[in-house]
Design a protein around this ligand. Structure first.
Ligand code: NAP
Ligand code: MG
Length: 403
């Protein structure tokens, strides 16, 4: 069979530890035998980030802007221990943070559903995709302890020096606390556009909720910006695709999510997204089956697995042990990126290959072949725990049968 040819390069961001090992295995076993891979390779492994003073991360994000699609391996976000372990010049920032800042993107997390891994809410028969607005609110707050007898006010000074004041609270009879938070129309608008674009791409309804009945200016601004952008730029396209934008209150949306069958996108304010993405990931069952894509408001896509570099397994691997690490979310990062490249460059055989590789991956797990952690939670009767390489080779057998 002739290898599938690509047109525009795909931006490839290599990473760290166990996922870096799996990255190469996926390419060798499941991709390069079938595709003449055309990638612009950036090594985001911690050693190379340090050697380039993290310039490689910036370069990879700019290349993603230029070419439109990237696939990223999990990377170490250094802490003090990592600075020592890798003898780093600096405690480099999170690559995902740097890339997100350059692309102005929103992260969408979507679980892969397979037979045998039943969500804690069994009526969730379709995935729920969650999008978190990753700017502002309490994550960029200013807060103070306040002593009894104090008066706390909000003061805004405009560019001409005029002050607007509003009373927060007069503390009488008790000490207390105050907090100042902000957000930006520009950031909320980018978030809204990323969500509307993603919904159109996925052909799924978009849900959004705030507490605008209580927060009549702050949360209401989120509601209004979403409503305006929807009406002006997306309503016609949503109608043409048979999908809907649905706004409600945060407590109402929780009740609806729990009662739902899934199959929609849930846009969340920063804090709601922080909390609810962990809830959804746990409820759907396995971190090894959670995918993630960063979408910019201009429609640039960067695909990755939601999990990290699986450090504990890597240290075992370095000792020469066979490890059983789940490669599925990393495979789906590749298939997501290749399918998108196929769509943008009009290479239907590339998109079809991505579909078949996903099918083969799911079939492998549904045949009972899986990693140790998945086997612990799978309800299938006949399970076989395999090491990562065997897992990939089993997927290849099923892929070959589909091609
Ligand atoms: P992690 O790498 O996601 O691993 C946490 C644990 O979850 C693992 O030890 C393993 O459990 C299980 N696990 C995760 N993915 C798995 C998979 N594919 N197959 C099987 N089991 C899996 O999180 P972490 O240990 O907190 O972080 C490790 C490093 O990753 C850190 O340096 C962090 O900075 C980085 N990180 C990067 C990203 C990213 O690039 N997007 C995201 C998160 C973390 P058992 O040990 O019980 O088997
Ligand atoms: Mg969280």
């Amino acid at each position: 069979m002739a290898k599938i040819q690509m047109k525009t390069p795909l931006v490839e961001m290599d990473g760290d530890e166990m996922t870096r090992i799996i990255w190469q295995m996926i390419k060798d076993i499941l991709l390069t035998p079938y595709i003449d891979l055309n990638t612009q390779y950036y090594d985001l492994g911690l050693k190379h980030r340090d050697e380039t003073n993290d310039q490689v991360t910036v370069d990879s994000a700019n290349a993603t802007k230029k070419y439109g699609v990237a696939v990223k391996c999990a990377t170490i976000t250094p802490n003090a221990a990592r600075v020592e372990e890798y003898n780093l010049k600096e405690m480099w920032k999170s690559p995902n943070g740097t890339i997100r800042a350059i692309l102005d993107g929103t992260v969408f997390r979507k679980p892969i559903l397979v037979k045998g891994i039943t969500p804690y809410i069994p009526t969730w028969t379709k995935p729920i995709t969650i999008a978190r607005h990753a700017y502002g609110d309490i994550y960029k707050n200013t807060e103070l302890k306040v002593s009894d007898g104090s008066k706390a006010e909000l003061v805004v000074t405009d560019k001409d020096g005029n002050e607007t004041r509003a009373l927060i609270h007069e503390f009488k009879g008790s000490d207390g606390i105050v907090q100042g938070v902000h957000n930006l129309d520009a950031s909320i608008s980018s978030f809204a556009r990323a969500c509307f674009n993603y919904a159109l791409d996925a052909k799924e309804d978009l849900w959004f909720a705030t507490k605008d009945t209580i927060s009549k200016t702050y949360d209401h601004r989120f509601k209004d910006i979403f409503a305006e952008i929807y009406a002006n730029e997306y309503e016609d396209k949503f109608k043409a695709n048979g999908i809907e934008y649905f706004y409600t209150l945060i407590d109402d949306v929780i009740a609806r999510v729990v009662r739902s069958n899934g199959g929609f996108i849930w846009a969340c304010k920063n804090y709601d997204g922080d909390v609810m993405s962990d809830m959804l990931a746990t409820a759907f069952g396995s971190l090894g089956l959670m995918t993630s894509v960063l979408v910019s408001p201009t429609g640039v896509y960067e695909y990755e697995a939601a999990h990290g570099t699986v450090t504990r397994h890597y240290y075992n691997y370095l000792k020469g042990e066979k490890t059983s690490t789940n490669p599925i979310a990393t495979i789906f990062a590749w298939t997501g990126a290749l399918r998108k490249r196929g769509e943008l460059d009009n290479i239907p055989e590339l998109s079809a290959f991505a579909d078949k590789l996903e099918k083969a991956s799911i079939a492998t797990m549904e045949d009972g072949i899986m990693d140790k952690n998945l086997a612990l939670i799978s309800t299938l009767e006949n399970k076989k725990t395999v090491d990562t390489e065997t897992f990939l080779k089993e997927i290849k057998v099923r892929l070959d049968a589909l091609l």
